[in-house]
Design a protein around this ligand. Structure first.
Ligand SMILES: Cc1cc2nc3c(=O)[nH]c(=O)nc-3n(C[C@H](O)[C@H](O)[C@H](O)COP(=O)(O)O)c2cc1C
Length: 167
């Protein structure tokens, strides 16, 4: 496998915990990195990027991502394989569910990378999400506030769905 980074922004630790779970399911030697420590050239130094954000405010990116999204946008991502995951709360924030993941998607979608790991909306109960494009979530939505018992299976199935597509 090429070089893989799992990059998270996490305010209360949920997205960080999921980043660790993804690394475990992936096997190999993926790096787990806080987005706060990432420069554009850091993003460029990996073949595969698995990017995770929670959503705060009303549909906002997690704070550390807010400060780093420009670095991701200005990085040369051509040829990279990218998968996205997002933490949110589908009950209390049903109309901005995992919007942050949609914002990370916007930053990478036209950058010549291959996006993998889109997820069916079936099984998620929410009103609206910026992270749904063409009827599918652009990555894996997770809800530790209301459905933490589903997280491990969701992560396992998601990682299996794109593992063979990584460089
Ligand atoms: C003040 C506040 C605002 C939030 N806003 C949203 C939101 O707009 N959309 C959403 O899906 N989740 C929202 N959430 C839920 C968080 O994204 C969720 O708890 C997440 O697991 C936090 O992950 P973290 O600890 O990695 O930051 C909000 C939570 C709080 C406390």
């Amino acid at each position: 496998m090429g070089k893989t980074a799992i990059v998270f922004g996490s305010t209360t630790g949920n997205t960080e915990s999921v980043a660790e779970m993804i690394a475990e399911k992936l096997g190999g030697d993926a790096s787990i990195l806080n987005v706060d420590d990432m420069s554009s050239s850091d993003f460029e130094s990996y073949d595969n990027l698995i990017l995770g954000t929670s959503t705060w405010g009303s549909g906002d990116l997690q704070d550390d991502w807010e400060g780093s999204i420009d670095d991701l946008e200005s990085a040369d991502l051509n040829g990279k394989v990218i998968a996205l995951f997002g933490l949110g709360d589908a009950e209390s924030y049903s109309d901005t569910f995992v919007d942050g993941m949609g914002k990370v998607y916007e930053a990478v979608k036209d950058k010549g990378c291959t996006l993998v790991g889109a997820v069916d909306t079936d099984g998620y109960d929410y009103e609206e999400s910026e992270a749904v494009v063409d009827g599918k979530f652009v990555g894996l939505p997770l809800d530790q506030d209301n459905a933490d018992d589903e997280t491990e299976d969701r992560v396992t199935n998601w990682v299996e769905s794109f593992k063979s597509l990584l460089k």
